[in-house]
Design a binder for this molecule. Structure first.
Ligand code: DQQ
Length: 540
């Protein structure tokens, strides 16, 4: 009761009430997907953290179970923070998580493990925290107040387990490496697997192999010729993540990012919007690696309390390496398509002149899945890219060149969650610029005008899209619209941006969807398919 429904999601993961944050320990076990997540059983603000637990056989319908891990022992008395699952040989899951052994302001952190009470229960309802915890404490110069979020462990050729713990020393972000023969006695390696100056605390590190070719995912222990590795970290100062693709030197246990990539706060991101503390896992049933990310609120804490809830998980995404090797690609898991209901298509080859706005009618625009491809004849009208913008990030450029600022080639895209008279709307769009010898494609998801409500965080999230636009002369966009979230995939998952928005007018049947062009070059909508999205039968 008392939970205000209007901004609750229809098909994005949400518990009935209260605060949620990081996805924890995702895994596939005996035909069941497990999602644990950071949860406050007592309210809609962060605190009293336990591992809530939901299970699913399709990643769409979710059944809540009792909390899996909660403070009950000296080694996690003040909280059970983030961690990961590892499946040991013989199909035995084990969870590594951070226990808080001394409360605020220090929040002293140690690494613990938990094991299922009954391996024959595919739901893994009950977890045991053995008395030989904690497994790892900060005693070799590590900073015990910044020492958390153990990764999924991997097994090397000599039978040693390895896992990472996120940390920092001064402002250097660090991923410490630990080794173990038996998963119980862990020894810190002399060198961290990787670290980087001026990035601050590395929360929720994730380290995994990706195949050089194809879409298939790999078990976390795979190494060898045909793989690269990915290291992702979540930066607590800026509240966004970055990743690099690189080489894992297994002998030395060092990871070296490819030198063509930025290894720092300006690096590549899974998502340029509201996306944090993400974690991947390998799904052996479909040979894919799946990424889960938490979307924080952009609403005020005060509103969260009145609403009675805060935070959602974004749609799980399949993730693979682009054949160029330069970046990852992401796409909503195929199962999501089972929620597609009635479909509308825009008449083929719809032309959009400058200032045109065409409504996509006939779907539930507040809860929809839209796929569209835009094309154009020439790049001549692309605006020049101001050299001083080279020092800016994409978000800053988008805040200068939003959807209403007329352009040459773009802005064009979707207006999502729009009210009838356009008092509110969240545009997701592209803008193409002419830079020296190349073109730059900017993708924006701009919450600036998303709501008439005051006190919201409404950034113009943006990222560049690495495509050869002069050759392609077209670009695609998919947006998952769900009441208070717009989760978008540009150029087939090359650049992704999620925005949390809280419209006051553009809700339920009063929400509209449009395609628009505000550039002087005419844009053609090659094809547009939009579906009303059903609610899953069971969502917590
Ligand atoms: N959230 C957890 C921490 C983690 C942070 C606490 C990231 O373990 O570092 O709820 O959002």
């Amino acid at each position: 009761q008392n939970v205000k429904q209007v901004h609750r999601t229809g098909y994005h993961f949400q518990p009935k009430q209260n605060w949620i944050n990081d996805p924890n320990g995702p895994m596939y076990y005996k035909g069941v997907y497990h999602l644990f997540y950071q949860y406050n059983p007592k309210g809609a603000v962060w605190g009293n953290i336990v591992w809530a637990h939901s299970v699913s056989t399709d990643l769409i319908n979710w059944h809540p179970l009792e909390h899996a891990i909660f403070p009950s022992k000296p080694f996690d008395k003040y909280g059970c923070w983030s961690g990961s699952a590892t499946i040991l040989p013989g199909n035995k899951p084990v969870i590594l998580y951070t226990g808080i052994v001394e409360g605020p302001p220090k929040n002293v952190q140690v690494q613990n493990y938990a094991i299922p009470a009954n391996l024959s229960d595919p739901y893994l309802r009950k977890w045991i925290k053995p008395d030989n915890n904690p497994l790892v404490i900060a005693n070799n110069g590590e900073n015990s107040t910044a020492f958390r979020d153990p990764t999924t462990a991997w097994l090397d050729k000599s039978g040693h387990w390895k896992m990472l713990v996120g940390s920092k020393r001064h402002q250097r972000g660090i991923a410490y490496l630990y080794r173990s023969k038996d998963f119980i006695k862990w020894t810190k390696a002399k060198h961290p697997i990787h670290s980087q100056a001026e990035t601050g605390m590395w929360e929720c590190p994730d380290f995994f192999p990706v195949s050089l070719k194809g879409l298939n995912g790999l078990d976390t222990s795979v190494t060898g010729e045909n793989v690269k590795h990915v290291l992702k970290v979540s930066l607590d100062i800026t509240r966004y993540e970055y990743y690099t693709v690189g080489t894992y030197f297994t002998e030395k246990d060092r990871y070296v990012p490819d030198n063509t990539l930025v290894d720092g706060w300006a690096g590549l991101r899974y998502d340029y919007g509201n996306f944090y503390a993400s974690k991947t896992f390998f799904d052996p049933s479909k040979n894919r690696r799946i990424l889960w990310g938490w979307a924080n609120e952009s609403d005020s804490a005060e509103h969260d309390v009145t609403k009675g809830w805060a935070g959602i998980q974004l749609i799980p995404r399949t993730l693979w390496l682009d054949p160029s090797g330069k970046q990852l690609m992401q796409w909503p898991i195929e199962e999501l398509e089972t929620l597609r209901g009635s479909k509308v298509e825009l008449s083929k080859k719809q032309k959009l002149g400058k200032g045109h706005l065409v409504e996509v009618k006939g779907i539930t625009a507040a809860q929809a899945d839209v796929e569209v491809t835009f094309s154009f004849g020439s790049l001549e009208k692309a605006e020049p890219f101001d050299p001083k913008w080279l020092q800016y990030d994409a978000q800053k450029i988008c805040s200068l060149k939003g959807s209403t600022v007329q352009g040459g080639l773009g802005p064009f895209g979707l207006l999502t969650l729009a009210s009838e008279k356009l008092e509110e709307y969240t545009p997701v769009f592209f803008r193409v610029f002419k830079a020296q010898n190349t073109h730059k494609v900017l993708m924006c998801s701009d919450a600036t005008r998303s709501s008439l409500m005051k006190g919201l965080y409404t950034p113009s999230f943006a990222g560049f899209v690495d495509v050869d636009i002069a050759v392609d002369k077209k670009i695609s966009l998919r947006s998952l619209i769900d009441n208070s979230v717009v989760e978008s995939f540009g150029a087939k998952g090359r650049t992704c941006i999620s925005s949390r928005v809280y419209p006051t007018l553009a809700v339920y049947e009063n929400a509209h969807l449009y395609v628009f062009n505000n550039g002087s070059e005419t844009i053609t909508v090659e094809n547009l398919d939009a579906w009303s999205m059903r609610k899953p039968l069971r969502m917590n």
